[in-house]
Write a protein that binds this ligand. Sequence first.
Ligand SMILES: [Zn+2]
Length: 348
Amino acid sequence: MKVSGESLKKLPKVDLHCHLDGSIRPRTIFDIMKSAGCDLPCKEPEGIANYVQVDSTCCSLTDFLNKFEFFYPYLKTPESMERISYELCDDAAKENIRYMEIRFAPCLQAAEKVTQEDILVSVLAGLKKGERDFDIKTGAILCAYRGTEREAWEKTYALAEKYMGRGLCGLDLAGDESRFPGAPFALIFDRAKSAGIPVTIHAGEAAGWESVKEAVDVLHASRIGHGVRIAENEVFVERIRDAGIVFEICVTSNVHTGVCPDYKSHPIADFYKKGIKTTINTDDRGVSNINLTHEWDVVQTKCGLEIDDVLDMNIFSVDAAFCSPAEKKTLKDRIQTETRKIMSGLSI
Ligand SMILES: [Zn+2]
């Protein structure tokens, strides 16, 4: 059975892999650039979408990242970060995302007079206001960034320790895995393990299955961002499945960046059917011009999955969330109750 349209939108959802900077409303980018006094390429907010969003023909990482280049310099203020965090809660709650983990690399937004901590505090303030005004729970994940100076990621790690449990729920490693291996980052991820900070790592997207192995064996990841390239090694696939590692799959993002040539050849259904803990996420809802409802739709219409598979994966997301056991139980009860109600209404 497949579910689409309003019924699909109504179903309660969880998104574990969403980048704050890739999820900004085009209109907000227009506003921020305008108030920064920069030369805008268009007079009306509607026109900015062409510059900050890819279209369905995009299939290259370079084209995808170029969209970020356009607006990135204007994000480096606490006000902008608080606003986009708040608006993301609004957007997610509108499609019935009940719990969302939002990640960002504060070293990329820090500037001469703005520290990584200023950025983190403003994001947490935006998320807190969002939780107050909209029906959603959130957790922030800090990203250490491949290719940056050790001093930058040491600072990021110190913030993770300081704010853990105060709006922050985990640590990630993002950036170009094909040029910057993860091993040097063991320095902070060993400490994260000792401190009990949950870890997810971007791996197996731009680099092969070995990158996922490194993330699990060296960096203590319990979740992997993307990881689609484990398909290159069947033996490793079995090992990683048996270890219960959770995969944060972002189907449209993988097509837009050219990691997968099209939806049909995406391995999400294969992973799920092999028993891998597979979850469905958005990655960059703004730049990709999608939401989680869209992703739930495409995996049913283009990747060979049914609604029951999708709902099953939604529960994997709850189980793998980096929130406390008590929050997880409340979330799971709510998701199961709401899902049952909506699905029984459809079957009648
Ligand atoms: Zn990502």
